[in-house]
Design a protein around this ligand. Structure first.
Ligand SMILES: Cc1cc2nc3c(=O)[nH]c(=O)nc-3n(C[C@H](O)[C@H](O)[C@H](O)COP(=O)(O)OP(=O)(O)OC[C@H]3O[C@@H](n4cnc5c(N)ncnc54)[C@H](O)[C@@H]3O)c2cc1C
Length: 395
């Protein structure tokens, strides 16, 4: 008689989930299933390239997943923690012994801004980026385009389009690159200027029309900025699977966990990536954070199977890499706890670093598939001390 193998289901095959699935293969006696709505891995950090026609963002899972990992192309509709089952959108039901929740994040277009849902194009998901690319293909290269939101996604999208000769305005809503230091913002502004992007730093979009956006400030209130196509990058959300399944989530919908990434509701559910909120104090949404979180979530599951205490989250940031078109970038250096310092690398050298980082993410996932346990991450940042200084309330 053969012993039943422990079944681990990973929901979400992004950076966190794919790395986690590969890392779980450190144990030979587990069965691993990865559930993802698409049959390909999406490099979300290249979606602005997909939209602008300067790159692709889909990678065959066959080159990324370790041997024996079963890929189920479907979406989780509901997690039933009490009987350890997952209902899939197709109607199928999966049983699990442990579950890794890695459903990532999504771009959100606010219903509160008139016309935004109707006319603006988001970019933060594969299908959105494809739709945006198709719409851009229909436009004359000289027609005005407005990108709304000047976080890293907005900066990368605006510059990628300008690098293709498009006429682009970037409406920042207050500050260009709010997560950057002063030096970082200066650097990004310089390269955007070189690409001819019109940066409207304090302007806020009040309304989106089919051929324009209406601004709130910076230009005379109510000024109408022509826009044959408006791209909306301001705001991220997460899938509501956790709360829909009756699991505790933070205000945005990220699964609420303890510092071992274990759901506060159930020791058999562990979270990673953008959709995880350890102690209600999530890490910055980024693939930089998601990949090590994937490894640590897998380690937590492996510890529980082995009957040993799981480790608490320990990972550090190094900075932010923001591409400004294909030829320039800004590398914003940061302390280990992710606070930016006034030190940047800019221009062509930074662009090579950024490209190496993008290639490195997929390469690292592949290496982990070939050799589970190979992946190592930078530790530090004194998270425990920072949390102790905060008042953390976890139900
Ligand atoms: C244009 C752009 C540029 C970016 N650039 C950078 C960058 O330079 N550096 C950086 O660190 N970060 C960057 N990011 C952010 C980064 O892409 C995300 O933080 C990262 O993808 C998070 O990884 P994840 O594994 O948590 O989620 P994701 O990569 O979003 O993967 C989640 C997966 O789960 C799937 N899923 C969702 N719901 C379900 C369900 N119900 N059932 C099954 N599967 C489900 C999704 O389809 C997806 O495949 C960028 C993002 C964008 C949009």
């Amino acid at each position: 008689m053969t012993a039943q193998r422990t079944h681990i289901v990973v929901i979400g095959g992004g950076y966190a989930g794919t790395l986690a699935a590969n890392h779980l293969r450190l144990r030979a006696d587990v069965e691993i299933t990865l559930v993802n709505p698409r049959p390909v891995f999406v490099e979300r950090i290249r979606l602005h390239q997909l939209a602008a026609g300067t790159g692709t963002a889909a990678v065959d899972y066959g080159t990324l997943l370790g041997e024996g990992i079963q890929l189920v192309v479907d979406s989780a509709d509901r997690i039933n923690a009490a009987d350890r089952t997952i209902e899939l959108v197709s109607g199928a039901v999966l049983n699990y012994d442990y579950l890794i929740y890695a459903v990532g994040s999504t771009g959100v277009v606010p219903a509160a801004v008139p016309g935004a849902v109707e006319f603006a194009y988001p970019v933060a998901e594969f299908e959105y980026a494809e739709r945006l690319r198709d719409a851009l293909d229909e436009l004359h290269p000289d027609t005005p385009i407005v990108v709304v939101g000047a976080g890293l996604t907005g900066i990368e999208t605006a510059s990628e389009l300008a690098g293709q000769g498009r006429r682009v305005s970037l409406v920042c809503g207050g500050l260009l690159g709010p997560s950057l230091s002063r030096a970082g913002r200066r650097s990004v502004a310089k390269w955007l200027h070189r690409l001819g992007v019109d940066v409207l730093e304090t302007a806020v979009v009040r309304e989106v029309r089919s051929d324009a956006v209406v601004l709130d400030s910076s230009r005379p209130a109510g000024a109408v900025l022509p826009s044959a196509l408006t791209v909306w990058t301001a705001g991220f959300g997460v899938p509501d699977l956790a709360s829909r399944s009756g699991l505790h989530a933070d205000a945005l919908g990220r699964l609420l966990t303890d510092e071992t990434l274990t759901s506060v509701d159930d020791p058999r559910i562990v979270a990673a990536g953008d959709a995880a909120a350890p102690s209600g104090r999530p890490l910055r949404m980024s693939c930089q954070a998601a990949i090590p979180l994937g490894a640590q979530a897998a380690n937590t599951v492996l510890s529980r199977i082995a009957g040993t205490p799981p480790a608490v989250v320990n990972q550090a940031f190094t900075g932010q890499c923001v591409s400004v078109g294909r030829s320039y970038a800004t590398v914003q250096l940061a302390r280990l706890d992710d606070t930016p310092v006034d030190l940047v690398i800019g221009g062509r050298v930074a662009a090579s670093i950024k490209e190496a980082v993008c290639k490195g993410t997929v390469w690292g996932i592949r290496r982990e598939a070939a050799k589970p346990g190979w992946y190592r991450w930078l530790k530090g940042g004194k998270r425990a001390e920072r949390l102790a200084d905060d008042v953390v309330t976890v139900p």
